[in-house]
Design a protein around this ligand. Structure first.
Ligand code: F3S
Length: 402
């Protein structure tokens, strides 16, 4: 790989130990993937923030990098293991909280913006079409590549941090035109509407893509409308069930018009969606002791909807609303927070029901997120009930009629 004089200086340690380590990581990655050069990145999003995932070794690595590492591109964080301000209310242990705060302090010293969200595009980090970035959260990567037309691979924790500390990433994968071309056409005959339907659709398409056994880029036809929240849900599920970092949706995503639909592919019917929706539920309504909305983090419009649905009601089980700090502050100003908290539901800001250390605390989760269903079972050993957004709220209030 061809390095510029600045990149060679970083590799030689002339900009400090952390920059050298970061450039070593990126050079190794570039060599593995036969990149010819690095590209400058306009923003970075770092994952591996929850102490639950990092452990002591990860914390030590970050503290070492924080000694002289400073970011060279605006950088945000993926959700942490707790609400930084209200961790006690979520039942987080003090020892975990202390270690999580050390993690965040190391990031802060590196001048990473300590706002922890999987929807950076709703919190001020909005890349434009064609811009190179280095993001790590799989749902945000899929959203950035597909919905925004930005260019990013799905970075791991260390490679994203390395991009932040150098302002660069190797030019391979989805940074290159050739790898963004669609390979399969998916004709959606079902007419999905709402986050639950789009989550189910992502599972159907993701599983089929995965079963091909080779990297595929979906070109989706037949969707007439898809709103921000539906696309956010779809991206999270497609990354989870298909490992996909990009898709094109005819008439909706910006690069779809560059391509003709590929000849090969498959169709998705309403019956396929219904089968996926059934498969995502392993619990009955009576078993649910935990409800969560906000995977990916809720938009302000979704919080407004939750507030309307919860007004004057009382919830009967633990209920988390997960979102970004900036969105929560807007909810405070709009009066949504007071309405939601008066119902007994709680905000869990900076975190989510997957990365928080809650294994063993709850038996069954109700959610509208296909991604959350996957990780609730795989990581937290919970049963799941996959409902629409409104049904989740109704269930929490004891008003769901299955
Ligand atoms: Fe975000 Fe957590 Fe879901 S990071 S996409 S809310 S699993």
């Amino acid at each position: 790989m061809e390095l510029t004089a600045t990149e060679k200086a970083m590799l030689a340690g002339e900009q400090g130990r952390a920059a050298r380590k970061a450039m070593e990581i990126l050079s190794a990655l570039g060599t593995i993937y036969a990149a010819e050069r690095m590209v400058a990145v306009a923003s970075v999003q770092v994952a591996g923030v929850s102490y639950d995932n990092l452990g002591e070794a990860g914390l030590q690595f970050l503290e070492e990098m924080a000694v002289d590492g400073r970011v060279q591109a605006p950088t945000m964080l993926n959700p942490a293991g707790m609400d930084v301000d209200h961790w006690e209310a979520l039942g987080i242990e003090p020892d975990f909280a202390r270690r999580q705060m050390r993690v965040l302090d190391a990031f802060r010293r590196m001048e990473i913006l300590v706002t922890c969200t999987c929807t950076p595009y709703l919190s001020g980090s909005l890349p434009h079409y064609g811009e190179h970035i280095a993001w790590a959260e799989s749902s945000a990567v899929c959203f950035a590549n597909s919905v925004l037309g930005a260019r990013t691979n799905r970075e791991g924790g260390p490679s994203a941090l390395a991009a932040a500390l150098t302002g660069r990433t190797p030019a391979y994968g989805f940074h290159l035109d050739a790898n963004r071309r669609p390979t399969l056409t998916i004709a959606v005959e079902a007419k999905p509407a709402g986050t639950r339907d789009f989550g189910a659709l992502s599972r159907v398409i993701g599983r089929r893509l995965e079963s091909t056994g080779k990297p595929s880029v979906a070109y989706i036809t037949g969707i007439e409308r898809a709103g921000l929240e539906e696309l956010k849900s779809f991206c999270a599920g497609l990354a989870t069930y298909g490992g996909a970092a990009i898709f094109h949706m005819q008439g909706i995503t910006p690069e779809a018009g560059l391509f003709e639909p590929p000849a090969d592919g498959f169709s998705v019917t309403r019956a396929d969606l219904e089968a996926a929706e059934t498969a995502l539920s392993s619990a009955g309504p009576g078993e649910v002791d935990f409800v969560s909305l906000g995977c990916p983090h809720l938009s302000i419009a979704e919080i407004a909807r939750a507030a309307r649905l919860l007004e004057g009601k009382r919830v009967r089980c633990e209920f988390w609303i997960t979102t970004a700090r900036a969105t929560k502050e807007l909810a405070d100003r709009m009066g949504y927070t007071a309405v939601i908290e008066n119902s007994g539901a709680r905000f869990a800001v900076d975190t989510c029901c997957v990365v928080a250390p809650i294994r063993g605390r709850f038996h069954a989760l109700a959610t509208d997120s296909a991604k959350a269903c996957y990780y609730a079972a795989a990581k937290n050993d919970q049963r799941t009930l996959f409902l629409s957004f409104d049904e989740v709220v109704a269930l929490a209030c004891g008003e769901y009629d299955s």
